[in-house]
Design a protein around this ligand. Structure first.
Ligand SMILES: [Zn+2]
Length: 361
């Protein structure tokens, strides 16, 4: 079986494929226009597709491109799920809502962040209160985001980060860098000072589409952590909660938890599942992040630092800019048949288990 044609090389191609596949599956579509433009001047949209009964109380929700450039993966699954006819095969009384490219700017520009340099999956904190503090990030910020990006800059700042990892451990460095920070708007993993366009759009979609539901399964597609091609199901619920117990029951124990320290991800602040659960008090929500490995984490972090430098200090259209864009694309999307097949098989199994779980007692 080849699933590679479901996957796209650009945001524009992914959007066209998604709209066509969802239309031919008989989905009801909705479109949300982002105020920005893509690198070729193209318009940017988040699109949604609903299949199944309009009044379904049980819904499977899938989301792609929370982290822009990671959208190639989730989009491929969403396109294939509609195009293959699988989206028509839903249990009775169950519907599916597919959100394609919730962060279309990041997808089109090959960036993990939104148009505001915000990490959407750190943006869902209460911005009226004090923001979570991350002093370890602040201390490392000058090394993470240097003003120059030639061989010497990379070597010197890399040595600072290596020294931190040597003293505190590699996972402590990962946590400092990736947990989320709210003090350096020009930095990495910045959670913002207000809800971003994708965050507000996500909440608007939930309000419009999911007001009458009772049970919701969420699968949020991500890439960049863990072994190449493996899809890690990261539970979004706290240890000891009914949500975690449902994830355990639905997925047969085949999941991880950042709070329990069993995930390749550090524990994060302001993740979008928190915002979604708070916005759906009438629904029982059972969510996982499906996180696929691409390259070793050092290579992924280096690509993110390079891309951050490029948009702060460089020129994306230059030769160096194009090389960095190729680097970040490869760090979050493996354009290879074997990787796409692994992504597809794990995703379809996860969606099947979620649909089954939604209809358990
Ligand atoms: Zn991600």
């Amino acid at each position: 079986m080849t699933v590679s044609p479901y996957f796209s090389a650009t945001y524009a191609e992914a959007r066209a494929k998604f709209l066509e596949a969802a239309r031919s599956a008989g989905a009801r579509l909705a479109h949300y226009r982002n105020p920005g433009r893509g690198p070729d001047g193209e318009e940017l949209y988040t699109d949604t597709a609903w299949v199944g009964p309009a009044d379904a109380e049980r819904v499977l929700l899938s989301i792609s491109a929370t982290h822009g450039v990671e959208g190639f993966c989730g989009s491929g699954v969403q396109v294939g799920w509609h195009e293959s006819g699988l989206s028509k095969d839903l249990p009775k009384g169950t519907a599916a809502l597919t959100i394609h490219a919730i962060n279309p700017y990041g997808f089109a520009w090959l960036r993990r962040v939104t148009e505001d340099n915000v990490d959407l999956n750190r943006n869902f904190v209460d911005h009226a209160k004090d923001h979570p503090s991350n002093p370890a990030y602040a201390a490392l910020h000058p090394a993470i985001c240097p003003r120059g990006w030639d061989g010497t800059d990379i070597a010197e700042t890399g040595a600072v980060l290596d020294a931190y990892a040597g003293e505190h451990g590699a996972f402590a460095l990962q946590t400092a860098m990736t947990a989320g920070q709210y003090t350096h708007p020009d930095g990495l993993f910045y959670g913002g000072k207000a809800l971003t366009w994708p965050a507000k759009t996500l909440l608007e979609i939930l309000k419009r589409e999911l007001a009458g539901i009772r049970r919701l399964a969420i699968i949020d597609y991500h890439t960049g952590l863990g072994p190449r091609g493996f899809g890690e199901r990261i539970c979004v619920h706290a240890p000891g909660s009914p949500g975690l117990a449902r994830v355990e029951s639905w997925y047969g124990g085949d999941f991880t938890s950042t709070a329990l320290g069993s995930s390749s991800s550090a524990e994060l602040t302001g993740v979008n599942s928190e915002g979604m659960i708070a916005a759906l008090p009438h629904a029982q929500v059972t969510g996982v992040v499906l996180e696929y490995g691409t390259q070793p984490i050092d290579a992924v972090i280096l690509a993110l630092r390079a891309d951050n430098w490029l948009h702060a200090h460089g020129d994306p259209a230059s030769a160096k800019g194009r090389a960095i864009k190729a680097q970040i694309r490869d760090a979050f999307y493996q354009d290879a048949d074997d990787w796409k097949l692994m992504v597809w098989e794990r995703a379809i199994e996860t969606q099947r288990l979620a649909l089954k779980g939604l209809n358990q007692g």
